[in-house]
Ligand binder design. Structure first.
Ligand code: ZN
Length: 251
């Protein structure tokens, strides 16, 4: 069905493409952003949606510091927090929460948002987080020509990692990413924070699905992210007490 088909059983639900965050107002209807319906049906799959083929590496082996190997018993339990669709006015709040918990994360940013909030993009790097490319303006890449895909990517921030909008991937995109030396990075746990389900639900999506090595999807853009900010703070308090540490992906 959808052109995407991440080589995974369920192609992303392909929510209506839209321009995340852009319109300000923060109340984009439905704002599916990365919501992707459920590209990755399930927070607990434990694998990347795109894993089934030899993708350019959609694995958190991207981890720095040699913590990629999840070992539930020894060593630190590592989570990879990721925030998509920013930077926006919520980015500083997210940065504040991360700093409070001594957490590092990865921000998959849009070129058009960086144009709007260049200082916030700089602040993310300055704080020691990593930045991934989420394209120029959040188009679903598989529906584009090769040259348009390349243009979308080049309009995003410079990075070693690409997270395609909606998690939508096809073979053309894979080969372009390969060619550009970009790792495709999806996620293991979708918090669905963009649906604004309430702080408690976002918090439990993070906490209940935490497992060492997992990549968690959240958003600092695409609409009002107040719930995400509060839920993140609570979840990091709980998970820190359980021995988790939070690292950036090597992007
Ligand atoms: Zn997105």
């Amino acid at each position: 069905m959808s052109p995407s088909s991440l080589a995974r059983p369920t192609p992303p639900g392909e929510p209506t493409p839209r321009n995340p965050a852009r319109g300000g107002g923060g109340s984009s209807p439905g704002a599916p952003d990365d919501g992707l319906g459920t590209p990755d049906d399930g927070p607990t799959s434990g694998t990347y949606p795109g894993d089934s083929t030899t993708s350019p590496s959609a694995s958190p082996s991207a981890s720095p510091g040699g913590t990629a190997s999840p070992d539930p018993t020894d060593g630190p339990k590592v989570l990879y927090l990721t925030f998509d669709d920013g930077p926006t006015k919520y980015t500083p709040e997210i940065l504040g929460v991360l700093a409070k918990h001594n957490a590092k994360a990865t921000f998959f940013q849009l070129g058009e948002e960086i144009d709007l909030y260049p200082q916030y993009a700089a602040d993310v790097r300055q704080a020691g987080h990593t930045i991934g490319n989420h394209t120029e303006d959040h188009k679903s890449l598989p529906s584009l020509s090769s040259s348009d895909i390349r243009a979308e990517i080049s309009g995003g921030p410079s990075s070693k990692c690409l997270r395609p909008p909606y998690g939508s991937v096809n073979s053309t995109l894979r080969s372009i990413a390969d060619d550009l030396g970009l790792k495709l990075v999806l996620w293991d746990v979708d918090t669905l924070d963009w649906t604004r389900p309430g702080v408690d639900k976002i918090e439990s999506a993070i906490v209940d699905n935490a497992k060492s090595g997992r990549v968690i999807l959240m958003h600092d853009g695409g609409g009002n992210r107040s719930q995400t900010v509060t839920a993140l703070d609570r979840a990091l308090t709980t998970l820190s007490a359980r021995g988790y540490v939070f690292h950036s992906l090597d992007c």
